[in-house]
Design a protein around this ligand. Sequence first.
Ligand code: PRP
Length: 231
Amino acid sequence: MPERVASKQRPRGSQGAAGDRPRPLVVAVPKGRVLEQLIPRLQAAGIDGAPLSAKSRQLIREDRRHGIRYLLLKPDDVPTYVEYGAADLGVVGRDVLLERDYDLYAPVDLGIGRCRMMVCGRGPEDLERVYARPLRVATKFPNIARAHFEARGRSIETVFAQGSVELAPLTGLADVIVDLVETGETLRQNGLQELEKVVDISSVVVVNRAALKLERDRIVPLLEAFGRTGE
Ligand code: PRP
């Protein structure tokens, strides 16, 4: 019987198929708002972010000169690819890491993608007047929301909403929301207010634990460069 290897911590071999060329270091990056801020940080760390600026639907982008392969992913999927070793390292918002448990090394806060996770509603009374029943909270972050209110001795009922969650208090789906706020413009345009801060958020580098051991010579200098260029 072939020996079974725990798939989550199994990195692919560090040689190419022919065994003569090192395989590229695979870096998972989030599509969307943070990507624009990430590109100059990659440049500053001495690798080429330019392949990520190309307007294209390609989900794999190569920086052949530095031996980097980028995977463009939905932000929520970045830690999954890194944890399973499909990517060696990645960049992800702390919100994603706080919401679910991952077995990852998270050594560097990049200080980009800064925003805040907030409890928001139409006004303070949305939080105060419903003590007779559990507060109903619409969110994409039910675990973070529960922990926030539990720490304040308040029981809540969560309603999962994937996006446009600002609609929930406006339509009666929920009393309040727990969501990310960056400029505050979405709240303003929908007549909502920030009521309580849950936590500050920024983007961090996450690394597959096995890859960190096996590709130490390539990964550690990169982490040091990210650290040096941090804010
Ligand atoms: C995020 C978040 C808010 C908005 C906040 O949504 O969920 O809706 O950004 O940003 P602002 O404070 O700068 O207005 P996103 O744009 O990712 O879309 P979504 O509603 O589909 O989640």
